[in-house]
Design a binder for this molecule. Structure first.
Ligand code: MN9
Length: 305
């Protein structure tokens, strides 16, 4: 499949809920405008950040539709369809293709662990077959799926057996493995980095695109990291990446995505709280989060510079 590569910062989007935890999709367009204005170059919908696994399939379809419609062809929209039911995931992939999404991505089933690289290929071939006209990205996130499959071996086999496999969302911290995946089969695959706190290391290892949650709130900071890297200004790049690390550490003092949703609220985007099994921040925690963000300079420019 001859697909354009994903480049730049791709926001792993949040799913807006109302006060009682139901979808509040009228919030989507405003968020998409904010992300486009911040220079984000793609949207990754219903992933870990978007609580895809905590939504019903009917809700996942609605969320996918709202982001595709709001993007209106201005930037690529990738829909994450991973599910413990491969059948369900395939149907979600077919839906993504039908509504005009630009790519499909999926995690592996994770309740029953996938036992071999070949079985993972079998699962992903099935799911990717639901959207045969779209590029497909496997979503490698072993910390959440518990997968122990060798990812390079999977890509080697998958490249032969899944016609629309174009790449990988690589959400692990093994830079050497990421680099190995980039190098496979004469740099055939679009391997997109998924760990915001290590963006600089990924750039040094050959990354040209990254998908992440904190690009929703601090894309300008990360753009500066990329610019400093491209200019060869390593001291500046490291200092900026340090700021991102401090910000992520502050957020990670609390349940991460609940804190991120609280920050979206502080920035004027009311996306509600995370659904169970994640918990909302208490009012006191929200005050503490704001203090920690102030200490790392968040409100002085991470969002807008
Ligand atoms: O989509 C995100 N990973 C998870 C990728 O949500 C598990 C990352 O963007 C992280 O939120 C980020 C902070 O740790 O790197």
């Amino acid at each position: 499949m001859n697909a354009k590569r994903l480049t730049g910062l791709i926001a792993a989007t949040y799913t807006p809920f109302d006060a009682v935890g139901q979808l509040r999709l009228e919030q989507t367009p405003q968020m998409v405008e904010h992300l486009i204005a911040a220079g984000v170059s793609g949207l990754y919908v219903c992933g870990s950040t978007g609580e895809g696994m905590s939504l019903t399939s009917a809700e996942r379809r609605l969320v996918a539709e709202s982001y595709v419609q709001a993007a209106d062809g201005r930037l690529p929209v990738i829909i994450q369809v991973g599910h413990n039911s491969v059948v369900e995931a395939k149907q979600l992939a077919a839906h993504a293709q039908a509504i005009g999404a630009d790519a499909v991505s999926a995690t592996c089933p994770s309740y029953f662990k996938v036992q071999s690289a070949q079985l993972l290929v079998d699962c992903m071939r099935e799911i990717a077959g639901g959207a045969p006209n779209l590029p497909f990205y496997y979503y490698h996130i072993p910390v959440l799926t518990g997968s122990s499959i060798d990812i390079a071996q999977f890509m080697q086999l998958g490249g032969q057996q899944i016609p629309n496999l174009v790449g990988l969302k690589y959400t692990d911290t093994k830079l050497h493995e990421f680099q190995q995946c980039l190098k496979l089969q004469n740099e055939r695959f679009d391997v997109v980095w998924g760990c915001d706190e290590m963006l600089l290391g990924a750039l040094a290892s050959g990354s040209t695109g990254a998908i992440g949650s904190t690009y929703n709130i601090a894309a300008p900071l990360y753009h500066q990291i990329i610019a400093a890297f491209e200019a060869g200004d390593w001291n500046e790049a490291r200092a900026l990446q340090n700021q991102a690390i401090e910000m992520i550490n502050a957020i990670g003092t609390f349940p991460f995505h609940s804190a991120m949703k609280a920050i979206l609220g502080m920035l004027g985007y009311d996306f509600g709280d995370c659904r169970l099994p994640q918990r909302a921040l208490t009012p006191d925690e929200k005050i503490r989060l704001r203090e920690l963000l102030c200490q790392v300079g968040f409100f002085e420019g991470f969002v807008t510079r």
